[in-house]
Design a protein around this ligand. Structure first.
Ligand code: 13P
Ligand code: ZN
Length: 271
């Protein structure tokens, strides 16, 4: 059996959480990540028959039975993952009943997975139904994206359109746009269900006045989506109070999307 502390997925989670912390997107215990792993790869590092303990998940994740995820712990700080991954992360497998998580490694201090597990697992189910390659769900509180929530209408078309205008790359990186939910109580099955419903259509979902979710086939892809939104939101917040002299026009956004051959939300443009 190989040493779990050298596993590529533990390394990736360490580096990603440290990077996100340094960007200021994950103050205190803010943010959470779930990453679906290959069972065969996990078996090189952990004995799959050794379940440390079981934890109820509070809903049914039938289509994820037998799937294994590495998940950040609830109340845990991203800044601490690097030095103590075994306390701040856990590896769970969804049990046969679909309602229980079997802990295979981690949460060493008796802790458990993120309080946002409903939004994560329900989003995994929703994304896998439209994209079988999806593996990662990432949540964080990026500063400018959050600031923008207070001064911009929380309307999917308007929010997406404003961000597309802020950087030339935006419509190419997230042509499918951004889903937006109003403020809702976090950590609940309800916000999980609402997020998952948006995830059938979008790879990015803003939680009004809370943060953002991004997904992808790997950590980089989910991170890159959020990073691009955050950069555009920063440009917006740096310029929103100033007279707008220049802008990327809708015809130019269309030209970009067509040149790069991306399937974009035509209904989010005004031309
Ligand atoms: P957890 O510490 O439970 O992951 O919660 C952090 C968070 O961002 C809640 O939305
Ligand atoms: Zn949050």
């Amino acid at each position: 059996m190989k040493d779990i502390f050298t596993a590529p997925f533990v390394e990736e989670m360490k580096k990603m959480t440290a990077n996100m912390y340094r960007l200021g997107w994950d103050e205190r215990n803010g943010g959470n990540i779930s990453y679906m792993l290959e069972n065969d790869l996990v078996a090189e590092y952990l004995d799959p028959t050794q379940v440390i303990r079981t934890i109820p998940i509070g809903f049914e994740a039938k289509s994820l039975v037998g799937k294994i995820f590495i998940v950040t712990g609830t109340g845990k700080y991203f800044k601490n993952v690097m030095d103590d991954p075994e306390t701040n992360l856990g590896i769970i497998r969804i049990a046969e009943d679909g309602c229980t998580a079997e802990l295979l490694w981690g949460y060493k201090d008796g802790g458990k997975f993120t309080s946002e597990l409903p939004a994560h697992l329900m989003s995994h189910m929703a994304r896998l139904s439209v994209d079988p390659d999806n593996r990662v769900v990432m949540h964080c509180h990026p500063t400018y994206t959050l600031a923008m929530n207070y001064v911009h209408e929380l309307d999917e078309k308007k929010f997406t359109h404003t961000l597309w205008e802020m950087c030339t790359e935006c419509i190419v990186v997230f042509p499918d746009g951004i889903g937006v939910l109003p403020w809702m109580l976090c950590g609940t099955n309800s916000i999980g269900e609402a997020t998952a419903a948006k995830m059938k259509e979008f790879r990015l979902v803003v939680w009004g006045m809370h943060g953002i979710y991004g997904v992808g086939k790997n950590l980089d892809e989910a991170f890159g989506l959020i990073e691009t939104v955050e950069k555009a939101a920063q440009i917006y917040m740096l310029t929103a109070h100033l007279p707008r002299i220049n802008t990327i026009k809708d015809e130019e956004l269309k030209e970009l999307a067509e040149y790069f051959g991306v399937k974009y939300r035509k209904d989010f443009l005004n031309c």
